[in-house]
Design a protein around this ligand. Structure first.
Ligand code: GH3
Ligand code: MG
Ligand code: MG
Ligand code: MG
Length: 390
């Protein structure tokens, strides 16, 4: 992202430039002291100091469809200008927190390019106005005129955020939210409600049915912008933590939480599938003889050996201490046997010397049932050790 700062105060100019360069990996930043110094180079973002003397130039940038963020000392004066509604954002120079907000805002609009936002509103004109505000924030916008249409859009597209009206023909917002929450949990899809309804209870109901936030019409553009951006920032943080929760810290592969959250859900997509339960032999002895650290090295080595052999579509998870589960879609147990045998072969050529036993199953109506059967086979294999039973 190419950014330019137009600011006559050198202290501010350098502070903003430093902050951007130190905080945004994706940004390249130039700075000039006045609009006269701006050459013909095109920028993705113009950060301009506002004073009544240069409002004309800022107007011109906006007429040329440029993205402009205004920074100003003259809060009350700027708020009265029509520019307020046309700029991407404006910031008041009061303290350094202004710079933190600026960085947060640029990061957000940079990410919004990959965010699909579904806008649901029956009044075409209102929808176009809202779309215009949101378009400035770089979202990919999908539209629907009522809840029924919106559900169809949801079915056929990856949607990251829904903004919906409440009073609509065919299917109103309340019914729409209820239907969404049957298929998408609050963790999976945020919803903002916009309505001119004066009754607080209406909004409360929407929140109870599963909306995340609401906005009462009429609202200031910035209110919508801030609520949308904040909600998405929150969800980004949330997704990151959720992802981390599914990773086993020692081996870096998925853990049991992943099994319950993801594998369980995709299990029924596949008609044919197998699971293999692998358990390292005499692991307690390895720990006792060579120490716990060495035991940890073995676990990491086992995880990477398995990963090196299974296909991309297969998943390995650390099921317990020294137990690993492999989920193999489109695979019958005879084929799974070949995969597990390959792991055994790789271990024979490995720097660490250890063996494992395994049980494999492709029968069972649920993931839990299939695992139970594989576990039974593992128990049988354990009688001999270094064995695989299908
Ligand atoms: P078997 O051949 O019957 O499978 O015996 P085993 O010793 O491998 O199995 P057992 O279930 O008796 O012991 C598993 C051991 O794994 C006990 C536990 O201390 C150890 N363990 C569990 N998690 C970790 C870990 O994260 N690191 C290390 N180093 N050891 C672990
Ligand atoms: Mg309406
Ligand atoms: Mg065990
Ligand atoms: Mg064991």
């Amino acid at each position: 992202m190419n950014i330019v700062i137009v600011e006559n105060n050198p202290v501010y100019k350098n502070a903003i430039k430093d902050k951007i360069e130190n905080s945004l990996l994706f940004a390249k930043c130039d700075s000039v002291s006045s609009f006269e110094e701006l050459n013909s180079k095109e920028y993705d973002l113009y950060i301009c100091d506002y004073s009544s003397a240069n409002s004309e130039e800022i107007e011109k940038l906006i007429r040329d469809n440029k993205d402009v963020i205004v920074i100003t000392d003259y809060e009350s004066e700027f708020l009265k200008t029509p520019l307020r509604k046309k700029v991407l954002e404006y910031l008041i120079k009061d303290d350094n927190s202004m710079l933190d907000y600026l960085i947060k805002f640029i990061k957000r609009i940079n990410k919004n390019r990959y965010v699909n936002l579904l806008l649901v509103e029956d009044c075409h004109m209102t929808r176009q106005i809202q779309k215009l505000i949101l378009k400035k924030l770089k979202f990919n916008i999908l539209e629907a005129a009522n809840g029924k249409e919106a559900l169809e859009v949801l079915e056929n597209n990856k949607v990251d955020l829904v903004i919906t009206d409440l009073l609509m023909p065919v299917m109103n917002g309340k019914e729409f939210i209820k239907k969404i929450r049957k298929i998408k949990k609050i963790m999976d899809l945020p919803i903002i409600v916009i309505s001119s309804n004066d009754d607080k209870n209406t909004f409360l109901k929407a929140l109870k049915f599963g909306a995340n936030d609401y906005l009462k019409k009429p609202f200031l553009n910035e209110e919508l912008i801030i609520r949308v951006n904040n909600l998405l920032d929150l969800y980004d943080g949330f997704k990151k933590i959720h992802h981390q929760l599914q990773i086993d810290a020692l081996t870096g592969i998925n853990n049991r939480f992943y099994l319950e959250n993801v594998l369980e859900n995709i299990f029924n997509f596949y008609e044919k599938k197998s699971v293999a339960m692998l358990d390292i032999d005499f692991f307690k002895k390895i720990n006792d003889k060579y120490g716990h650290q060495f035991g940890d090295d073995i676990l990491r080595n086992f995880a990477s050996t398995i990963k090196g052999i299974i296909r991309k579509s297969d998943t390995v998870i650390r099921y317990g201490g020294e137990e690993f589960l492999i989920f193999m879609p489109n695979t019958v147990k005879e084929e799974a046997f070949i995969v597990v045998s390959k792991i055994k072969k790789a271990l024979r050529e490995n720097e660490f010397k250890y063996t494992f036993s395994a049980g494999i199953a492709d029968e069972g109506e649920t993931l839990a049932e299939m695992i139970k059967i594989a576990d039974k086979k593992l128990y049988e294999a354990k009688k001999k050790r270094d064995d695989i039973i299908i």
